[in-house]
Design a binder for this molecule. Structure first.
Ligand code: HAM
Length: 420
């Protein structure tokens, strides 16, 4: 039997309602803040991610799904959502209209060749929001507040916002020097990839999945102590806005994020539990990415939220909402000759806005009842017998078992009044 590739997950019919519910909340919260949806291709030219995400990151060095297409182009399945959006903003000159440009993507498939385990998939889905055109810390605060509001609306509790600053091109070189000086003496304790990173991009050692937790790395100098005046001021202003809005957060100097494009603010939201837990979402400011990808100098900030991780937490916290009924009204046929009429009635119930169905399996009346119960029908309509000769049907309430004769002309009104 052919199985799904390792690290992928099917969304089955019995579970898709949860995706749809979460998507509806995401759409709603994004629209209320003036963000519109953007959809970009699932694959892009590999170069976009080499330049955008950074060629010393774990994502680029170890995790990308890259292949040559029949035209001999190097193509990569999206390993994250931001670079594609930035490419689309530049290519379509979205910035030439009014700024800011506020865009979101909904359950965009993301591919990373990771070691599959709980919360780490090879294909996962992200809800992301990207805000182009503003340097103001109020844009960073807006995104953090949107995230918290969304997660709370989904019923999640004990959320912790971890924030840090990654500095900018002015202050980061000094920090890199300090980091190199600290890491060099312990070089031989690091993985082979990190040995090469010390010179090229020492920040990457701090979030390497192999090395990050080693004591030689844990006690490394922190960026916050090296911020220039502008970055320091930005971080202070962001904290002041969050304080004023009574949004709790913790400063976490170990958040460096796994992508190279971040400048200034970086953040992640986790659940407050013992030990080091997986982030539900992560994001930050990337003021240089648009220009690095050959666009104009436009600051930006955004986040990505892993939908599968939210679902794991909803299951852990026992807050998954109940599945809605598959069918509101099931139209049974008493005898074989009544099937055509049952089919016709179910169609007109659909037109009237009900989730309605009739039997396609040649089942007995008893078996039709059993099926109606299984798909959650509150009412069953029975076509045939004496009622049929009177232009009527029997309507059975599946909970109370109460049965009422209703003329076909009054059926829709009757079901509406009964709250179906
Ligand atoms: P990221 O932190 O790499 O950021 O991913 C965002 C979220 O995607 C994570 O917090 C996590 O919930 C989920 N995620 C990541 N990898 C996996 C995986 N292997 N399996 C399941 N879920 C996963 C980004 O991708 C940035 N593009 C976010 C961003 C947008 N920054 C600015 N704008």
């Amino acid at each position: 039997m052919i199985q799904a590739p390792k690290g992928t997950k099917d969304v089955l019919p019995q579970d898709s309602y949860l995706w749809q519910w979460i998507e509806q909340e995401m759409r709603d919260i994004a629209a209320k803040a003036g963000y519109r949806e953007i959809r970009t291709p699932v694959f892009e030219h590999t170069e976009l991610f080499l330049r955008g995400v950074g060629d010393t990151t774990d994502i680029v060095q170890k995790e990308m799904y890259t292949f040559e297409d029949k035209g001999k182009r190097s193509i990569t399945l999206k390993p994250e959502g931001t670079a594609g959006v930035v490419r689309a903003v530049i290519e379509n000159r979205l910035y030439a209209d009014t700024l800011p440009v506020k865009a979101y993507y909904l359950n965009c498939p993301i591919f990373r060749y990771e070691n599959p385990q709980s919360g780490r998939l090879r294909e996962h889905h992200q809800f992301g929001m990207e805000f182009f055109g503003s340097q103001s810390p109020s844009a960073d605060a807006e995104l953090i507040i949107i995230l918290l509001t969304l997660l709370k609306r989904l019923g999640l509790k004990n959320l912790v916002v971890h924030m840090n600053s990654n500095g900018c091109e002015k202050c980061r070189p000094n920090y890199h020097e300090a980091l190199r000086a600290y890491l060099k003496p312990n070089e031989n304790k690091l993985c082979d990839v990190c040995k090469t990173r010390i010179d090229r991009n020492p920040l990457r050692v701090l979030d390497c999945k192999v090395d990050a937790d080693k004591p030689e790395v844990k006690n490394a100098p922190v960026m916050l102590e090296y911020l220039c005046e502008e970055c320091d001021e930005h971080f202070h202003s962001l904290k002041a806005i969050l304080d004023q809005m009574e949004v709790p957060y913790t400063i976490d100097t170990r958040i460096v994020r796994g992508l190279d494009y971040y400048t200034k603010t970086v953040f992640e939201i986790t659940m407050q539990t013992e030990g080091r837990e997986l982030a539900l979402c992560g994001g930050g400011r990337y003021d240089n990415l648009v220009s690095e990808l050959d666009g104009p100098k436009i600051p930006a900030v955004g986040f990505g939220l892993g939908t599968e991780r939210i679902m794991i937490e909803m299951q852990n916290q026992n807050i998954v909402p109940e599945a809605p009924a598959v069918i509101d009204v099931f139209v049974c046929s008493l005898q074989n000759q009544d099937r055509q009429e049952a089919f016709r009635l179910s169609q007109s119930l659909r037109t009237a806005g009900f989730k309605a169905d009739s039997d396609h399996m040649n089942r007995s009346l008893k078996a039709q009842f059993k099926y109606a119960d299984k798909v959650g029908s509150r009412h069953v309509v029975i076509v045939g017998g004496d009622e049929e000769t009177r232009g009527a049907v029997a309507v059975r309430n599946m909970q109370t078992k109460e049965q009422t004769e209703v003329t076909k002309d009054n059926l829709i009104q009757f079901l509406i009044e009964k709250g179906n």
